[in-house]
Design a protein around this ligand. Sequence first.
Ligand SMILES: *Cc1c(COP(=O)(O)O)cnc(C)c1O
Length: 432
Amino acid sequence: MNFYSLNNKAPQVSFKDAVINGIAPDRGLYFPEKIEALPPSFFERIEELSNQEIAFNAIHQFVGDEIPNNHLREILDHVLDFEFPVIEIEENVGTLELFHGPTMAFKDVGARFMAHCLGYFSHGQQNEVTVLVATSGDTGGAVANGFLGVKGVNVVILYPSGKVSDIQERQLTTLGQNITALEVDGTFDDCQKMVKTAFLDENLLEAMQLTSANSINVARWLPQLFYFLFAYKQAKSNGKEIVFSVPSGNFGNICAGLVAQKLGMPVKHFVAATNVNDTVPEFMKTGTYNPKPSTATISNAMDVGDPSNFIRIRHLFQNDLEKLAAHFSSYTFTDSETKNVMKQIYDQYNYVADPHGAVGYLGLKQYLSENKNCYGIFLETAHPVKFLDIVEETIDTTLTLPPQIQKVMSSEKKSIKISEYDELKSFLLKTK
Ligand SMILES: *Cc1c(COP(=O)(O)O)cnc(C)c1O
């Protein structure tokens, strides 16, 4: 399938080129030229299908014949080798746990899928591809893990020194091989600025094939639609209309959910729950999109003041606010509301939510308070141990570390310290 740029000033490209480029030459995000609904029979008998089969049916039209079907199936087998359970925590409220993968964050599926696609496309090519990514925490670990050992691809991760959790830092600095961690003396915004500068540096772009691995990349964004299908498969038997609440930062995950709806999945409504970074909730109220600098919160993977995927969401509804509002609401919550509800969920249901999932729960409850008689599913996007200090302090208990985490905690950290763009540039030029 072809993809066009949402800035409309760049040529259409194949799936392969959209994955390799990351972003279009006019700086626009790529968007599929069409989204064809799956036959109703697919949804009628979805519970008879394996997750791999569901995923293959859903993603095949976007990949087209650019990856042979049997290879695409192999990729999906590898990407989806863990569980995605919906756990009911109270009547008509379930949580879709997306944290059972190798780095215990929902970004594992997108990162792995993109890694395998890029590995396939760079096979037999002379030039290696370099994936450059800035992380405030979770993206780095998922990308490092997903790309580890993929031939023809080097990964360079920038993270702010002293500003990611101990577990997150180990997940991105202990793997070695084709993964390098650059520890930046600065903030996440400084890391992101350096990455953006690199993508505009003609000099560098001539010398090497650079791509990004955030949800701008279609191969990281689109496979997230699987989650919603897996949840539908589990929840459909209770006969009620389904509402999804998605804790949102860059709005890639919820945008993929809306694509699942375009594929024909029956859904009543989507809720995008945010922390105090409320650019989208404000937009839904006022119709004015007013991006701002991000504010630090306890759900830090969602500290985004200018969510990059929101433009894709608006495009899905022809930039018509009324049409969008018929399917989509967005609510904002403070850290103290988040902590209170984490405590409440633990005390009442004995369920440990991480701060991101808790924001999702709050969004769901707000919607359900005015819309009775549906089945609500909120997405749990990270395992609570990834936010150990805040979770233990809030619910006043001690968590045990799962084996995936224990393993990285005993490995040795390796990073290269940098503080300026020139150091990044000379590092990149040396690797080629
Ligand atoms: C990245 C992330 C989010 C936000 O997802 P978007 O697709 O950027 O909206 C939410 N929770 C966790 C734990 C994350 O890592």
